[in-house]
Design a protein around this ligand. Sequence first.
Ligand code: ADP
Ligand code: MG
Length: 223
Amino acid sequence: MSSTDTLGDDFGRALVTGIREALVSAADALGDLDRRAGDGDFGANVRTAMKLLDASVETDRPGTSRAWLTALSRAWLGVGGTSGPLFGTFFRDLAKAADEDAAPTAERFAEALAAGQATIQKYGEAQVGDKTMIDALDPAVTALREALGAGRGPVEALGAAAQAAVDGARATAETTARRGRASYVGDAARGVIDPGAAAMALVLGAAHAAAGGGDAVDADWIG
Ligand code: ADP
Ligand code: MG
């Protein structure tokens, strides 16, 4: 398999359903992290977004990658907190990059992730190290580009991206938040993984799985 092979024309559906499954099963653990490191609403925000997704999928029956990602984007945009609009605009960038019919390549997906990262940073103004979802996304984009540049196939490259995202999310336990409500609790959040970074790592894990790199996303490390 070469790195220009497509991710499959079912990639969008597999990605979004994989994200849903991973986030729903980790919602309690994610909520617990936000209780310890923030204001405690993240678990509820995740659940609300996934309920909105279920409802829109039921009604609209998305038939393309772009339609699946648009449904996910709108679901997050319907949620409060800081994470709702940030994930919403992030997934909107992924949706924009998805062709109506053709299957995306891993290169195209990497550029879409980078565009989504730029959007999150434009609105949220977080830098790497601020203990946010960026700390999982930034190393994932770098790892994905590096792996593709080195000629790795899409599954292996997305595996490297997912691993980099998990490593980045875990490392947030050692940092103090400078953005979002977690910044209000300061050093009290030391030792606690940032919930948004953990959720972003699950998104990358779901992308790896959707490309054919395994069935379920491992969330045991979240706690
Ligand atoms: P809130 O911080 O308003 O309670 P949520 O609990 O819904 O929002 O989401 C918290 C997550 O949002 C954090 O774990 C962090 O990853 C992410 N986040 C918060 N602020 C920012 C920001 N400015 N930029 C990027 N991500 C952010
Ligand atoms: Mg919160």
